[in-house]
Design a protein. Structure first.
Length: 299
């Protein structure tokens, strides 16, 4: 049934936005659960023309074996994490009271996980490029561990880094260390595989903006609230309908990006992640004066 909004009613707008948000969270969660359940079967039956099979064949021939294993582990681990975050949002959404602040960092994590998976699995690049991205992501995690852990753990990470560097060099993979004013450091900043390369010192926000551009401004607002910036925290109290729209839209578009990447990698046509009617209802919940300001900016 079509829902019509009384544009002069803040409560009706809020109820419509929250209802749509809850439905989008549930739909997205169900889609991820279903996809994760089928993932092993997709791996076993990927056609020869798929990026997955291209990567698999390269690994079987002795090229990028480490990258392929890491990519499989990455997509399984991160997809499981995505599923867990969405289930957490479902728990919050099932409560009688809308709690936007605790939902904010979870929603942000949904976007970051989805964007990282989409970046690593990108189907329209070659096997060398996907391998370079996988190694870069692995070195990124190692360098973060070295920088943020205590001395004992940092030393273990450093040993792991050098072992990985040695293994990759044996496979013909080039690694570039940071150069500070002409002095080489141990830190890895770039990985080159064939003619493809990827930098390790990327920001997760870069991944989100590149892989899910539709949520760029919304992601910035989520980050602001997560980091305790007053303007964004205050907005969660003053405009709960806007927070519901933000959470619903970020979840829907993020899981859509994740799904598109995973399905394209294994050569499976994805089912719709969400009901477009619920996304439309998020739009219908926007106050007329806000819509007018958007129109003025576009004009």
């Amino acid at each position: 049934m079509m829902v019509r909004v009384a544009q002069d009613s803040d409560d009706e707008r809020f109820q419509l936005a929250v209802h749509a948000m809850v439905r989008l969270i549930r739909q997205s969660s169900a889609h991820v659960v279903s996809s994760v359940h089928k993932m092993s079967t997709w791996f076993d039956n990927a056609p020869s023309w798929t990026p997955f099979r291209t990567d698999y064949d390269a690994a079987a021939a002795g090229d990028h074996l480490i990258a392929f294993r890491q990519r499989i582990e990455h997509v399984q681990t991160m997809s499981g994490a995505l599923q867990s975050h969405l289930q957490g949002l479902e728990v919050l959404a099932a409560h009688d009271t809308f709690h936007p602040l605790p939902a904010t960092p979870i929603t942000r994590a949904v976007a970051e996980i989805s964007a990282t998976c989409a970046w690593i699995l990108q189907a329209d690049i070659n096997a060398d490029a996907r391998a370079a991205r996988t190694y870069a992501a692995l070195f990124h995690s190692i360098e973060r561990g070295i920088a943020e852990m205590g001395v004992s753990d940092a030393t273990k990470f450093a040993v792991s880094r050098e072992l990985l560097v040695a293994e990759l060099r044996d496979q013909g993979v080039s690694v570039v260390r940071r150069d500070k004013t002409g002095v080489k450091t141990d830190e890895i900043v770039q990985v080159k595989v064939g003619r493809s390369y990827a930098r390790t010192n990327f920001q997760i926000s870069q991944r989100v903006l590149e892989e899910i551009p539709a949520i760029g401004n919304l992601y910035s607002a989520l980050s602001g609230a997560t980091h305790g910036e007053y303007m964004h925290v205050a907005a969660s109290w003053e405009r709960p309908d806007a927070q519901a729209r933000m959470i619903g839209m970020v979840v829907a578009r993020s899981v859509e990006a994740w799904s598109r990447a995973v399905h394209a990698w294994v050569g499976v046509t994805p089912r719709p992640v969400f009901n477009q009617h619920d996304v439309d209802n998020l739009g219908r919940s926007i106050p007329l004066d806000v819509l007018a300001s958007y129109a003025a900016q576009d004009g």
